[in-house]
Design a protein around this ligand. Structure first.
Ligand code: NAD
Ligand code: ZN
Length: 342
């Protein structure tokens, strides 16, 4: 089968013929229809220091996908040929204290599809049945292909009560942009998003931000003044991974404000802890999704009218993957989806 392989320890990915994956007794074999390109895939493509430390070579990469079940292992009874499914990208051990207590998202031995084990940028992928998610019949497959990052946005945004709250999102990458739409849908009062990239800020505005603010052009204090806010943001969703984004957020929170931290800084990041202490902030680290609790909420959000489709700005055939990675690298994109049916 065809697959996008990190074949060499250097920048790039290669479309190669590789053996079809094996299907264990607890596994589901899925024919991949569409895949989303994640920031993580870009790190792997560009072969930065994180990727060099983390990714075994050669390996099939990718973890955001939708497809159809083609066969199942002998223990699998809940999945059938032809069903449209995606998979949770974190495969957990099932044996550690958190897993045994049902808190699978806190597993200490999480393995990432397309990061630590064979990925989804391929014609077929085999995943444990405990990771497979049935989609609602008739779901838009572009949207279904990006449930993984949508889940990051949902898990982060719904970490704290948003109803009536003033919400600051730092970073208008695809996840920040989806978080705008979620916060709006969940009944936030003011939703403000920041970035340094006007293309992405425009997209965030289309997705419902009250203010999409370029931090190069002025201060967040002025934005708050214009909105008539006198006490700072109630909830902060850090989605830039940039230390300045996080510092701006800490400076802009109300007393007792709550911050969910999703963005991954590339190195240790200094903040003024006095501000955290004297503003009595709560900071929660976020990794992945709360597995299927988040997937359930994603389904319900879509069923109740949330539209995340505008975040998908580019679509290519899998054989045009270079174009997809180039547009992601340019910053002039939201989500990029590759079609494996071509
Ligand atoms: P992305 O890199 O596409 O978006 C980050 C955005 O932040 C970019 O648009 C960038 O221009 C913007 N930015 C840079 N400096 C800024 C500043 N000073 N203020 C405001 N914005 C600034 O990333 P994404 O795919 O949307 O993901 C968001 C973040 O979440 C990334 O850091 C990613 O690594 C991280 N992530 C974390 C998890 C997790 O499980 N914790 C999962 C997925 C992604
Ligand atoms: Zn575990």
């Amino acid at each position: 089968m065809k697959a996008l392989v990190k074949a060499k320890a250097e920048p790039g990915l290669w479309l190669e013929d590789v053996p079809e994956p094996e299907v264990g007794i607890n596994d589901v074999l899925i024919k991949v229809h569409k895949t989303g390109i994640c920031g993580t895939d870009l790190h792997i493509y560009n072969w930065d220091s994180w990727a060099q430390k983390t990714i075994p070579v050669p390996m099939v990469v990718g973890h955001e996908f939708v497809g159809e079940v083609v066969s199942v292992g002998s223990n699998v009874v809940d999945f059938h040929e032809g069903e449209i499914v995606s998979a949770e990208g974190h495969v957990v051990c099932g044996r550690c204290r958190n897993c045994l207590a049902g808190r699978r998202h806190l597993c200490k031995d999480t393995v990432g599809i397309g990061v630590n084990r064979t990925g989804a940028f391929a014609e077929y992928i085999s995943v444990p049945m405990t990771n497979v998610w049935h989609h609602t019949a008739g779901i838009d497959e572009d949207v279904a292909s990006i449930f993984d990052p949508f889940g990051n946005a949902v898990h982060t945004a719904l970490s704290f009560d948003l109803l009536g709250e003033d919400v600051l999102i730092t970073g208008a990458g695809p996840i920040g942009i989806m978080a705008v739409a979620i916060a709006r849908h969940a009944g936030a009062r003011n939703v403000v998003i920041t970035d340094v990239n006007d293309y992405r800020l425009d997209l965030a505005k289309q997705m419902g931000a009250d203010v999409a603010h370029n931090v190069k052009t002025g201060s967040l204090a002025d934005v708050q003044k214009k909105l008539g806010m006198t006490e700072g943001f109630d909830v902060g969703l850090e989605m830039s991974g940039n230390p300045n984004g996080f510092r701006d957020m800490i400076d802009s929170m109300c007393h007792g404000g709550k911050i969910a931290l999703l963005g991954i800084p590339s190195e240790p990041m200094a903040i003024d802890w006095n501000k955290v202490i004297f503003s009595m902030l709560t900071i929660k680290g976020i990794y992945g999704r709360e597995i299927f609790e988040t997937w359930y909420k994603m389904r319900v959000l879509l069923e109740s009218g949330l539209d995340i489709k505008p975040v998908i700005t580019h679509r290519y055939g899998a054989d045009e993957f270079e174009k997809g990675f180039a547009v992601m690298n340019s910053g002039l994109s939201g989500k990029v989806v590759l079609d494996w049916s071509v």
